[in-house]
Design a protein around this ligand. Structure first.
Ligand code: TYF
Ligand code: FE
Length: 375
């Protein structure tokens, strides 16, 4: 690498200043139970609620928080509803990747004039706690980016939501912020999608992996990482590639019945402690890599601060780049369809994505794919 990531993202355009992820909204079949799962298993805390009791008669939304991460779980209360349609087609999945912006109206104007397809026309939401401005455009598949501008809003989440005080408060698991959200796109859709993030959002392509670099004995894929100008918003894109057997990306596209969010990477400052806590609460992770992976680790990544034994015991992966190293691990899909999963990541200087782990990771993914009869 000749340029650092800081140098690469400096080329991004600033017509869309983004402060970070505002929230991620999932459309699910049963939001009450999903909220319980994310509280119990991942240690999210109750934050806000909107539903029939608050005057929202057609759907219910539960908002959870941990560190800077906010997730919203939304379900429809009747079959003839866009949320029900989304769930019928995709199963539970991510609908909204909301970005915290300085100016939601300008974000809409700038992105739609560059070709962004409108999802939400600029809207002002108000209640006694203040004002929030929102707008939104479609990205890949039925997924959307909402632009959220919260000037001096003092409410718990958004106008229309009420504070959710729950007596059930499982302890947090150390999750801090969303590091990146990855999208899977269809065959030959990579270039278009990369161009879309460049032209419509002003992002830059900071990393690329082709099918020569990302392959196992059976399958291949391509991956390109798109980032905004301050690196707070990173969206890697995957496209399937031709291999001997079915790529994990194809399996996703088949079961999600279209393009969508493949994984959400959440950061922790102590991955060993976080993964121990998650496992104790029933979160399922991909199988650990073979023993040889840890045998070769000291040579491959050099000196690291962590002890090897707990990393091996938990199946945590390590990779190094020019700027430092990172530790990461991946859950199994969190639905019955093999679609969305989570990544837990701890960065120690490295701003890359664990390319040195791709082979071990994809082999673990394929073992699961094979058990499902989809390889
Ligand atoms: O976000 C990334 O690039 C890494 C690795 O199907 C990765 O987390 C890439 C593709 C994939 C699963 C993980
Ligand atoms: Fe990732």
């Amino acid at each position: 690498m000749t340029q650092t990531f800081a140098e690469k993202i400096a080329a991004a355009q600033d017509f869309l200043p983004i402060n970070g992820t505002d929230y991620v909204e999932f459309y699910v079949g049963n939001a009450k139970q999903a909220a319980h799962y994310y509280k119990t298993a991942f240690g999210f805390q109750s934050l806000a609620y909107a539903g029939p009791e608050t005057g929202q008669r057609d759907k219910a939304s539960y908002v959870l928080q941990q560190g800077k991460i906010r997730i919203v779980l939304t379900t429809a209360l009747k079959s003839e509803h866009p949320v029900s349609e989304h769930v019928r087609r995709h199963g539970d999945g991510v609908k909204v990747l909301a970005l915290w912006v300085e100016d939601a109206f300008k974000a809409f104007e700038e992105t739609t004039k560059r070709g962004g397809r409108p999802y939400l026309e600029p809207t002002v939401l108000t209640d006694s706690d203040g004002e929030v401005r929102m707008s939104g455009i479609y990205t890949y598949g039925e997924t959307v980016h909402l632009f959220v501008e919260r000037k001096n809003y003092t409410g718990s989440f958004l106008p229309g939501f009420r504070k959710w005080e729950s007596d059930y408060q499982p302890e947090e698991t150390g999750l801090l912020y969303i590091d990146h959200c990855v999208g899977n796109v269809g065959w030959n859709r990579m270039n278009e999608t990369v161009k879309w993030y460049e032209e419509v959002m002003g992002f830059v392509n900071i990393l690329s992996f082709d099918d020569k670099q990302i392959n196992t004995e059976y399958s291949a894929l391509m991956s390109k990482v798109m980032s905004n100008g301050n690196g707070f918003s990173k969206f890697p894109i995957n496209e399937p590639a031709e291999g001997k057997k079915k790529s994990q990306i194809e399996e996703y596209l088949e079961f999600y019945e279209g393009e969508g969010v493949q994984h959400i990477a959440v950061a922790t400052k102590d991955i060993v402690q976080t993964v121990r806590a998650l496992k104790a609460r029933g979160v399922e992770f991909l199988g650990a890599p073979p023993e040889s992976y840890y045998g070769m680790l000291p040579e491959r990544v050099g000196e690291i601060e962590e002890e090897l034994a707990p990393l091996r015991e938990l199946g945590i992966l390590v990779d190094r780049d020019e700027e430092g190293y990172l530790l990461q691990i991946f859950t199994k899909p969190v639905e019955d369809r093999p679609t969305l999963f989570f990544e837990i990541i701890q960065r120690k200087g490295a701003q890359s994505f664990g390319a040195g782990n791709f082979k071990a990771l994809f082999e673990a993914l394929e073992r699961e794919q094979e058990l499902r009869g989809n390889l």
